[in-house]
Ligand binder design. Structure first.
Ligand SMILES: NC(=O)c1ccc[n+]([C@@H]2O[C@H](COP(=O)([O-])OP(=O)(O)OC[C@H]3O[C@@H](n4cnc5c(N)ncnc54)[C@H](OP(=O)(O)O)[C@@H]3O)[C@@H](O)[C@H]2O)c1
Length: 273
């Protein structure tokens, strides 16, 4: 059986969807199973119970373990779990010790390595689904406000991340691998906003704000802390000039090219209407 943590999330829901096509049983976790809206033939259990009986592989989303892994890896080993596939981040490649996103993901990666379990660390860059934060402004016909409009990124569709994770959970060829995943193209946020406007057939535009204004807006969001906001702003400032590479890994692992941001915008157009 495969246990999917964060199963209602951007990636987890698609991991469940990918696994449904294979010959494995799935247990999906949510803090609120009653409102999880997962397929009927999937067993849904409460996250805080973390039922590990019968589980052989575990999809681990660190969003669920933001306050630490606790004893989950020891319990997994005792229960007979053999493999952990972790939703990590390409930030783990950053050698800057002040990068809190890197430190968080590397901390979880190291704990999994030390556990003696088989592992795969799936390391995506920026999710296309982060663009959902722009939905309210675009629906209202207002500009999307953000700093560093020239910063470049390689947004990846959550379904492509899930396809790689599902492969790592069900086949043996990704054990011990740390694939870095990106979408197929290099884009700026203003370009992404324009592409969403094309998907909803209504112009959508981007408006530059200063890093100080952005900082205030980010700190007003839940879960944002000074250090994390500083890290995010530093990464965006750096992305103006730093080389940005498109990774071949999604196509190498899944056999199909990663979905474009225009495909993501078409898939999620209703969120922006
Ligand atoms: N966003 C990016 O650009 C990016 C880039 C690289 C890596 N990542 C990694 O991907 C993760 C996000 O993945 P995602 O978008 O699939 O996750 P998500 O949708 O934010 O969350 C997944 C699920 O986890 C549960 N959850 C959320 N917060 C929780 C908490 N505090 N305690 C327990 N459960 C919680 C929720 O399910 P229930 O409500 O059903 O319990 C949620 O649906 C990040 O944390 C990071 O590690 C993100």
């Amino acid at each position: 059986m495969i246990l999917v943590t964060g199963a209602t999330g951007n990636v987890g829901r698609h991991v469940v969807g990918e696994l449904l096509g294979s010959d494995v049983r799935i247990r999906a976790l949510s803090r609120d199973p009653a409102s999880a809206r997962l397929p009927a033939d999937v067993e849904v259990a409460p996250t805080d119970e973390m039922p590990l009986d019968g589980v052989t592989s575990l999809f681990l989303n660190p969003a669920v373990f933001w306050h630490g892994l606790g004893d989950v890896l020891d319990r997994a080993k005792s229960a007979g779990v053999r493999r952990v596939v972790m939703l990590s981040s390409s930030a783990a490649l950053d050698t800057d010790p002040s990068n809190q996103i890197a430190a968080h993901h590397l901390g979880v990666e190291h704990a999994i390595e030390d556990s003696g379990l088989e592992w795969t660390f799936v390391r995506p860059g920026e999710f296309s689904s982060n663009a959902r934060a722009w939905a309210e402004a675009i629906r209202a016909g207002e500009p999307v406000r953000g700093p560093f409009p020239a910063a470049r990124t390689t947004p990846i569709h959550e379904r492509d991340i899930a396809a790689v994770a599902a492969r790592a959970l069900t086949a043996d060829d990704l054990v011990g691998a740390r694939p870095v995943l990106t979408g197929p193209e290099v884009l700026t946020h203003p370009e992404m906003v324009r592409i969403i406007g094309e998907a909803v057939r209504r112009p959508a535009r981007f408006e530059e704000i200063t890093p100080e204004e952005a900082r205030k807006e980010m700190l007003a969001q839940p879960y944002m802390r000074d250090g994390l906001v500083d890290t995010l702003l530093r990464l965006r400032a750096r992305a103006v000039d730093a080389p940005v590479e498109v990774s071949p890994e999604v196509e190498r692992i899944t056999g199909r090219p990663p979905r474009t941001f225009a495909e993501w915008a078409a898939d999620h157009a209703d969120d922006f209407r």
